[in-house]
Write a protein that binds this ligand. Structure first.
Ligand code: FES
Ligand code: FES
Length: 161
Protein backbone atom coordinates (compact mmCIF):
# COMPACT_ATOMS: atom_id res chain seq x y z
CA UNK A 1 0.00 0.00 0.00
CA UNK A 2 1.39 3.37 -0.99
CA UNK A 3 0.98 6.38 1.28
CA UNK A 4 2.02 10.04 1.04
CA UNK A 5 4.78 9.32 3.56
CA UNK A 6 6.60 7.08 1.12
CA UNK A 7 9.74 8.26 -0.63
CA UNK A 8 10.95 7.16 -4.04
CA UNK A 9 14.41 5.68 -3.74
CA UNK A 10 16.73 4.20 -6.35
CA UNK A 11 19.34 1.73 -5.12
CA UNK A 12 21.89 -0.08 -7.24
CA UNK A 13 22.37 -3.36 -5.42
CA UNK A 14 24.99 -5.75 -6.77
CA UNK A 15 24.66 -4.11 -10.19
CA UNK A 16 20.88 -4.26 -10.38
CA UNK A 17 18.91 -1.02 -10.15
CA UNK A 18 15.90 -1.13 -7.82
CA UNK A 19 13.29 1.62 -7.78
CA UNK A 20 11.48 1.49 -4.47
CA UNK A 21 8.87 3.32 -2.44
CA UNK A 22 10.04 3.39 1.14
CA UNK A 23 8.76 4.63 4.43
CA UNK A 24 11.39 7.03 5.80
CA UNK A 25 12.07 4.98 8.93
CA UNK A 26 12.81 1.65 7.25
CA UNK A 27 16.40 0.50 7.73
CA UNK A 28 18.59 -0.38 4.78
CA UNK A 29 18.89 -3.84 6.33
CA UNK A 30 15.13 -4.36 6.13
CA UNK A 31 15.05 -2.94 2.60
CA UNK A 32 17.67 -5.45 1.47
CA UNK A 33 16.11 -8.42 3.23
CA UNK A 34 12.41 -7.72 2.89
CA UNK A 35 11.99 -5.53 -0.21
CA UNK A 36 14.78 -6.87 -2.40
CA UNK A 37 14.80 -10.39 -0.94
CA UNK A 38 18.56 -10.49 -0.44
CA UNK A 39 18.65 -12.36 2.85
CA UNK A 40 22.40 -12.99 2.89
CA UNK A 41 22.81 -9.84 4.97
CA UNK A 42 21.95 -10.89 8.51
CA UNK A 43 20.07 -9.19 11.29
CA UNK A 44 21.82 -9.92 14.56
CA UNK A 45 21.30 -7.24 17.19
CA UNK A 46 19.58 -4.62 14.96
CA UNK A 47 21.30 -2.04 17.19
CA UNK A 48 24.75 -1.52 15.70
CA UNK A 49 26.57 -3.84 18.06
CA UNK A 50 27.33 -7.07 16.20
CA UNK A 51 28.29 -6.28 12.61
CA UNK A 52 26.16 -9.06 11.10
CA UNK A 53 24.41 -6.52 8.86
CA UNK A 54 27.57 -5.02 7.33
CA UNK A 55 27.34 -4.16 3.63
CA UNK A 56 29.44 -1.98 1.34
CA UNK A 57 27.88 1.32 0.23
CA UNK A 58 29.73 3.46 -2.29
CA UNK A 59 32.94 1.63 -1.41
CA UNK A 60 32.66 1.91 2.38
CA UNK A 61 31.54 -0.68 4.90
CA UNK A 62 28.52 0.36 6.90
CA UNK A 63 26.06 -1.15 9.35
CA UNK A 64 22.83 -1.46 7.41
CA UNK A 65 20.75 -1.73 10.59
CA UNK A 66 21.80 1.79 11.56
CA UNK A 67 21.21 3.24 8.09
CA UNK A 68 17.88 4.32 6.69
CA UNK A 69 17.11 3.13 3.18
CA UNK A 70 16.09 6.64 2.11
CA UNK A 71 19.52 7.97 3.13
CA UNK A 72 21.17 5.89 0.42
CA UNK A 73 19.12 7.04 -2.54
CA UNK A 74 21.35 6.80 -5.62
CA UNK A 75 23.98 4.66 -3.91
CA UNK A 76 25.79 1.57 -5.10
CA UNK A 77 25.48 -1.23 -2.60
CA UNK A 78 27.31 -4.53 -2.48
CA UNK A 79 25.98 -7.34 -0.32
CA UNK A 80 27.43 -10.79 0.22
CA UNK A 81 25.40 -11.97 -2.79
CA UNK A 82 27.43 -9.60 -4.97
CA UNK A 83 31.01 -10.18 -3.90
CA UNK A 84 31.76 -13.24 -6.05
CA UNK A 85 32.63 -12.85 -9.72
CA UNK A 86 30.07 -15.17 -11.25
CA UNK A 87 31.09 -18.70 -10.33
CA UNK A 88 34.42 -17.49 -8.95
CA UNK A 89 34.33 -16.88 -5.23
CA UNK A 90 35.82 -13.68 -3.87
CA UNK A 91 39.34 -14.23 -2.43
CA UNK A 92 37.95 -13.69 1.07
CA UNK A 93 35.24 -16.28 0.51
CA UNK A 94 37.89 -18.78 -0.56
CA UNK A 95 40.10 -17.87 2.38
CA UNK A 96 37.24 -18.28 4.86
CA UNK A 97 36.78 -21.83 3.58
CA UNK A 98 40.51 -22.57 3.61
CA UNK A 99 41.05 -21.16 7.11
CA UNK A 100 38.01 -22.71 8.77
CA UNK A 101 36.68 -19.21 9.44
CA UNK A 102 33.05 -20.05 10.15
CA UNK A 103 30.93 -22.45 12.12
CA UNK A 104 27.23 -21.53 12.10
CA UNK A 105 27.90 -18.95 9.39
CA UNK A 106 25.55 -16.30 10.76
CA UNK A 107 28.24 -13.66 11.16
CA UNK A 108 30.05 -14.63 7.95
CA UNK A 109 28.39 -12.30 5.38
CA UNK A 110 29.02 -9.32 7.64
CA UNK A 111 32.56 -10.46 8.37
CA UNK A 112 33.38 -10.76 4.68
CA UNK A 113 31.80 -7.45 3.67
CA UNK A 114 33.51 -5.73 6.59
CA UNK A 115 36.86 -7.31 5.69
CA UNK A 116 36.51 -6.12 2.09
CA UNK A 117 35.91 -2.59 3.36
CA UNK A 118 38.70 -2.84 5.90
CA UNK A 119 41.24 -3.99 3.31
CA UNK A 120 40.18 -1.18 0.98
CA UNK A 121 40.73 1.31 3.79
CA UNK A 122 44.36 0.15 3.86
CA UNK A 123 44.94 1.10 7.50
CA UNK A 124 45.70 -2.26 9.09
CA UNK A 125 49.37 -3.22 8.91
CA UNK A 126 49.63 -5.76 11.73
CA UNK A 127 47.54 -8.67 13.04
CA UNK A 128 46.59 -6.53 16.03
CA UNK A 129 45.40 -3.73 13.75
CA UNK A 130 43.35 -6.18 11.69
CA UNK A 131 41.79 -7.49 14.91
CA UNK A 132 41.12 -3.96 16.09
CA UNK A 133 39.55 -2.81 12.82
CA UNK A 134 37.42 -5.96 12.64
CA UNK A 135 36.33 -5.70 16.27
CA UNK A 136 32.90 -4.41 15.30
CA UNK A 137 32.10 -7.80 13.79
CA UNK A 138 31.39 -10.33 16.49
CA UNK A 139 31.45 -14.10 16.14
CA UNK A 140 29.55 -16.07 18.77
CA UNK A 141 31.07 -19.33 17.61
CA UNK A 142 34.77 -20.02 17.99
CA UNK A 143 35.75 -18.79 14.54
CA UNK A 144 37.40 -15.48 15.38
CA UNK A 145 40.94 -16.80 15.04
CA UNK A 146 40.20 -18.36 11.66
CA UNK A 147 38.49 -15.17 10.50
CA UNK A 148 41.57 -13.07 11.26
CA UNK A 149 43.84 -15.71 9.71
CA UNK A 150 41.74 -15.68 6.53
CA UNK A 151 41.77 -11.90 6.27
CA UNK A 152 45.53 -11.72 6.82
CA UNK A 153 46.12 -14.42 4.21
CA UNK A 154 44.17 -12.37 1.68
CA UNK A 155 45.92 -9.18 2.72
CA UNK A 156 49.32 -10.83 2.33
CA UNK A 157 48.21 -12.07 -1.08
CA UNK A 158 47.95 -8.45 -2.15
CA UNK A 159 44.17 -8.11 -2.36
CA UNK A 160 43.02 -4.53 -1.95
CA UNK A 161 40.07 -4.00 -4.27
FE1 FES B 1 23.47 -4.41 12.61
FE2 FES B 1 23.96 -6.06 14.65
S1 FES B 1 22.42 -6.23 13.11
S2 FES B 1 25.12 -4.33 14.01
FE1 FES C 1 28.72 -18.53 14.11
FE2 FES C 1 30.40 -16.52 13.62
S1 FES C 1 30.39 -18.49 12.70
S2 FES C 1 28.59 -16.48 14.79
Amino acid sequence: METSEMHSVILNVNGTVHTLKLMPWVSLLDVLREKINLTGTKKGCDHGQCGACTVIVDGKRILSCLTLGVMKNGSEITTIEGVADGENLHPLQKAFIEHDAFQCGYCTPGQICSAIGMLQEGKAKTREEVQDLMSGNLCRCGASKGIINAIIAVQEGGFNE
